[in-house]
Design a protein around this ligand. Structure first.
Ligand SMILES: [Zn+2]
Ligand SMILES: [Zn+2]
Length: 335
């Protein structure tokens, strides 16, 4: 749903209007002349439950392809639009355009300064990595740079990793919608958008060193030798499992960092979600699975094995494997 409507040839942006102006618009006789920017049908001024002012179709339009947006999407779009506007860029929400090969697009927040265009997209609904790449590529063919703000819990299983060609930033808005934070940057979304549009968020091409730590064991089911993963390092960041429930998060992070193919190729048990497995804490389903027979090793067992063998470095049967340069770089703020 747009933050923009046309009123007798004039473009209204809801985020630029005060509450008083908004109320006046809702009561004004001219309200029947409000037109949606997507299809030109009649628009109505509304306020979401999170307090965002927006426009909606007066009547459901059959010809319009504009999908519904959640109140969270509207709020984040508004936060991004205001920040972009305060950074001195010309801002048009739901700004549309076309690539050189004639493909249409519509950006949540389209920013323009001189000849530069930047599309800022809020993505809270599921979108595959292929869809991210296709849409990013369409912007590229339109000479528009684009960045994505994605809900931190949006991709439960396969979180697309940011890359130089695909700037994805994870936003935590659940802890408080009023002040969403950009994860990994320890800063509010507002400040982040301003930094991004000032060219302060840069891609650093630096391979990082990854390490996966494991304990050697035998599978309880098939008896084959297995390596149970229990910890990892990325650069200077290092973590081992701490409790039985915490195994879920650590194992998920290991899978995200190096991938199951890498674990399998190095003879380390792969990591999967096994909800309901006895020996995993409820609602903490990720555990490692025997690469020979597919039998899961419960996290209470992994934790016990870890405490017994590895808590003091790589004593006894613990070991580690290093991988260099798995990560091609990362987005950073230039300070
Ligand atoms: Zn429409
Ligand atoms: Zn086995």
């Amino acid at each position: 749903m747009p933050l923009r409507a046309d009123l007798e040839g004039e473009s209204l942006q809801s985020f630029r209007m005060s509450g008083v102006e908004w109320n006046a618009l809702q009561k004004s006789n001219r309200r029947s002349l409000l037109k949606m920017p997507c299809c030109g049908e009649r628009a109505v001024a509304k306020t979401s439950r999170l307090g965002t002012q927006y426009f909606s179709h007066y009547r459901k339009s059959e010809s319009c392809d504009l999908g519904p947006e959640s109140k969270e999407h509207l709020l984040l779009k508004e936060v991004v639009a205001i920040a972009a506007s305060e950074s001195g860029w010309e801002v048009i929400t739901e700004g549309s355009g076309e690539s050189k090969d004639g493909q249409q697009w519509r950006a949540d927040v389209l920013c323009k300064k001189n000849k530069a265009f930047v599309a800022l997209e809020v993505q809270l609904s599921t979108q595959t990595l292929e869809q991210f790449k296709a849409r990013q590529d369409r912007y590229k063919r339109s000479a528009v740079r684009a960045a994505w703000f994605v809900g931190k819990n949006q991709f439960h299983h396969s979180k697309p990793s940011p890359s130089k060609d695909l700037p994805i930033f994870y936003v935590d808005w659940e802890s408080g919608c009023a002040n969403p934070q950009v994860l990994g940057f320890e800063m509010p979304l507002t400040d982040f958008v301003k930094a991004l549009l000032s060219g302060m968020i840069i891609w650093k091409d630096e391979p990082e060193e990854y390490e996966v730590r494991f304990v050697k064991d035998a599978c309880w089911k098939c008896g084959s030798p297995v390596k149970l993963p229990y910890g990892y390092s990325i650069g200077i960041h290092s973590e081992n499992i701490k409790t039985v429930p915490n195994c879920d998060a650590i194992l998920r992070d290991i899978r995200k960092a190096v991938g199951n193919d890498f674990l399998h190729d190095n003879g380390i048990n792969t990591i999967h979600s096994r909800p309901g497995l006895k020996g995993n804490a409820p609602n903490f389903p990720n555990c490692c699975v025997c690469i020979h027979c597919g039998t899961p090793e419960a996290n209470c067992y992994l934790y016990r094995k870890y405490v017994a063998n590895c808590k003091c470095g790589y004593a006894n049967s613990g070991s580690a494997i290093k991988i260099v340069g798995r990560c091609e770089g990362r987005w950073e703020i230039e300070r």
